[in-house]
Design a binder for this molecule. Structure first.
Ligand SMILES: Nc1nc2c(ncn2[C@@H]2O[C@H](COP(=O)(O)OP(=O)(O)OP(=O)(O)O)[C@@H](O)[C@H]2O)c(=O)[nH]1
Length: 462
């Protein structure tokens, strides 16, 4: 995420690190670099100008606290201005109304509306324990209705059916009435997209808006469109009272121009980031954390929150205690670790949030065939509980037929067992207090061994 911008900015700020004082001259040189980095990242010119002016004003003559070097002081100013440009605080969904709270999404074709509705539903169901109904008013593309139905089933939301011959306004009114009868807390409304903003689309969406009076009207926009994202949001905002923005495909955006331009140009807060195609890939937008990430300082808070949300603490504690007492790290434990890592979004997503590791994330994703984790889990599943606890009992043929997302195949257990042995050895070596602290602190989300790749790489090639 935003590696291009992050690398350029970090490089320009490094030049400041060795300076003994913040002077107009050295600030001007660094700011020129920062300005170039932002323009290259496709941040809107007006935003770049405002940003660099604000940094300059604050940095020139800034009192440098004794605990900071001038470079650090300057970085602090840049960080806080980046935060301010993106909106300073996290703005969550406002559902503060008589249920069902209606949330409508709008946007251009292919922006990611349907996927975002499913992601939002999952977010509300899993994290906020809400009862959610979803409906599609996209009568022009029947496949979109089907797509929403499939996703609704996947995330456990109630799906309100709609037909292509119906009027969009009639659909949403019926959905609202049904959501009330079913005691849904939230009704999420997916709308039709168009290739470009046109009259017909705007008047339909305005009619929908007044028919159901949503408490949240979210504009869904593709981050890859850079500063254009802010311009389209502005155009929609002129016709509809938008309450916020969902920026999608941020996982594929190396530049960051949209994230940095939307708030400043539209005045609307970005509320969520879409960070992948799957329904769990939705992050609440925290300007402070993103600023820290853009500056290569990681986002440990999100990582810890993610761990707290997804990691089974009891299991992690049990494993920590077991290892501490010199117990064997068996294949059941190994499977739990694989599982937890997957829940955390995989190694790439974890590295991306660690200070200084952002650049490694993509490389790790490319180098590691993440499907190997699935294969390893399927291989462990193919064993009996006794074999999982005492793999030495597996004698004779070690070839197993396994079935996972990629179909059925025969796999040899040897590589996996060898890898497991290496991990066991490492756990034994690390059974001191450090290990226990790490397992507790990180909730056991890392591969045993503190996240360092074990000899031979992790996961092994299967
Ligand atoms: N990588 C990535 N892909 C995404 C994200 N959000 C959506 N997509 C993909 O973008 C494509 C379009 O998403 P949809 O949800 O169908 O878009 P839509 O806005 O509903 O499209 P229309 O109904 O045609 O207007 C799909 O292939 C999604 O998987 C995201 O955050 N990251």
């Amino acid at each position: 995420m935003f590696e291009g911008l992050s690398q350029r900015l970090s490089a320009s700020l490094k030049a400041m690190a060795g300076k003994s004082r913040l002077t107009e001259d050295n600030i001007r040189d660094t700011l020129r670099e920062v300005r170039m980095a932002l323009l290259e990242a496709d941040v809107a010119l007006s935003v770049v100008k405002e940003f660099t002016e604000a940094v300059k004003q604050r940095a020139v003559g800034a009192e440098v606290a004794q605990s900071l070097t001038p470079g650090q002081a300057f970085l602090k100013v840049v960080q806080s201005e980046l935060e301010a440009t993106m909106g300073s605080t996290n703005e969550s969904l406002n559902l503060n109304t008589q249920p069902p709270a209606v949330v409508m999404v709008a946007g251009l074709q292919g922006a990611g509306k349907t996927t975002s509705v499913a992601k939002l539903a999952r977010h509300l169901i899993e994290r906020e324990k809400k009862k959610v109904t979803v409906v599609s008013a996209d009568v022009y593309r029947p496949a979109a209705i089907k797509q929403l139905e499939t996703l609704a089933n996947e995330v456990g939301a109630r799906f309100e059916p709609s037909e292509e011959h119906e009027q969009p306004v009639a659909i949403v009114q019926r959905a609202l009435a049904q959501a009330k009868i079913q005691f849904s807390d939230v009704l999420l409304v997916d709308t039709a997209g168009r290739l470009a903003i046109d009259e017909a689309m705007m008047s339909e969406i305005k009619a929908l808006h007044s028919a159901i009076n949503p408490i949240e009207t979210l504009f869904v926009v593709d981050a890859m469109t850079g500063q254009d994202a802010a311009n389209t949001a502005n155009a929609f905002g002129a016709a509809l009272p938008l309450t916020g923005v969902i920026l999608t495909k941020v996982d594929a955006d190396t530049r960051g121009g949209a994230a940095l331009s939307v708030r400043a140009i539209t005045g609307k807060p970005i509320k969520f980031l879409g960070v992948g195609e799957k329904t769990e890939a939705l992050d609440p937008f925290h300007p402070d954390r993103l600023a820290s990430r853009i500056l290569g300082m990681g986002d440990m808070l999100s990582l810890i929150e993610e761990a707290e949300r997804t990691v089974d603490k009891k299991k992690a504690q049990r494993l920590a205690n077991k290892v501490q007492k010199g117990g064997r790290f068996d294949l059941e434990d190994f499977r739990d670790q694989l599982h937890q890592m997957r829940n955390m979004g995989g190694i790439g997503s974890m590295l991306d949030k660690m200070p200084g590791m952002g650049g490694m994330a993509q490389m790790a994703e490319q180098k590691l065939d993440t499907k190997q984790f699935d294969r390893m889990e399927a291989m462990i599943n193919s064993m009996t509980p006794v074999e999982r606890r005492k793999p030495d009992l597996i004698v004779g043929s070690r070839k197993r037929r396994i079935t996972n997302g990629s179909g059925t195949q025969v796999q040899d257990l040897n590589r996996l067992l060898k890898q497991h042995k290496q991990m066991q050895k490492m756990m034994k070596k690390m059974k001191g207090g450090g290990m226990k602290k790490m397992m507790r602190g990180l909730g056991g989300m890392m591969p045993p061994g503190g996240g360092g790749l074990p000899p031979g790489g992790f996961p092994p090639k299967m």
